[in-house]
Design a protein around this ligand. Structure first.
Ligand SMILES: Nc1nc2c(c(=O)[nH]1)N(C=O)[C@@H](CNc1ccc(C(=O)N[C@@H](CCC(=O)O)C(=O)O)cc1)CN2
Ligand SMILES: Nc1ncnc2c1ncn2[C@@H]1O[C@H](COP(=O)(O)OP(=O)(O)OP(=O)(O)O)[C@@H](O)[C@H]1O
Length: 198
């Protein structure tokens, strides 16, 4: 019987949560060393990352490196009005934070200048599963697909590079592509960089 998206999510989320803190730290550092060599990272000044939850690979070493290199870091914030869309707010060491409805820390809205999604250079996306052709399965809210939907339009804005971050164990054989799925530019794991032609 084929595995449903729900079963696959449950399965991989469970495997991810079982990684020890030491393995999590090692993967986060190795993934950072992989991605920081790419042109996607080196040419980017405005970079969206995320704070890890539920065993996701941690972009925290990458965030520290961005700050050191004077790149501006943004985090996703659940849109206060539009259904399942994201805003991106700057994130500094002293940004006032709150917990969103999924208990993930996000910057408070306050007066921080938002950056429109199309004006970011690089967006590092969390994901639950990926395949070797750039297929991505997320947490199921469709937040990133809705927010970067403009990239699917033929005359659309080119927008940021979209790079998924994952533990290598999150790779699966083949994910069915849905017509709302926004293509990824690449994926970075602790083992390697996958690059797709977009
Ligand atoms: N670290 C991180 N931040 C992120 C995301 C993410 O995947 N990871 N998102 C990527 O989109 C957005 C939040 N999307 C999320 C969607 C579902 C769940 C979640 O845990 N869902 C529960 C059930 C729903 C509920 O509690 O109401 C679950 O599946 O167990 C979490 C985040 C924005 N920020
Ligand atoms: N551009 C869009 N417009 C309208 N609905 C969308 C769009 N993109 C995704 N959806 C809807 O969102 C729901 C969740 O999509 P999906 O399972 O692909 O999310 P995901 O990629 O796992 O989540 P996330 O991007 O939040 O990590 C689906 O029911 C889909 O119909």
């Amino acid at each position: 019987m084929p595995t449903t998206r729900q079963q696959l999510r449950r399965n991989i989320r469970q495997q991810r949560r079982q990684l020890s803190p030491a393995v999590q730290r090692r993967h986060a550092l190795l993934m950072q060393q992989q991605i920081c060599q790419t042109l996607w990272f080196r040419q980017a000044r405005h970079i969206a990352l995320y704070l890890p939850s539920d065993g996701e690979i941690s972009p925290e070493p990458l965030i520290q490196l961005c700050w050191k290199l004077k790149k501006t870091v943004y985090l996703p914030v659940l849109h206060p009005i539009l259904h399942n869309r994201l805003w991106f707010l700057p994130y500094h060491a002293h940004s006032p934070m709150r917990l969103n409805s999924y208990k993930i820390r996000e910057p408070r809205l306050l007066k921080a200048p938002r950056r429109p999604a199309w004006a970011l250079d690089l967006v590092c996306l969390p994901l639950v599963a990926f395949d070797s052709e750039g297929g991505r399965l997320g947490m199921g809210g469709g937040y990133y697909d809705r927010t970067f939907n403009f990239k699917l339009k033929s005359q659309g804005i080119k927008g940021p590079k979209l790079v998924g971050l994952a533990h290598a164990l999150q790779q699966v054989d083949k994910l069915p592509l849905e017509n709302w799925d926004v293509p990824l530019t690449g994926i970075a794991t602790e083992k390697q960089i996958f690059s797709f032609n977009c």
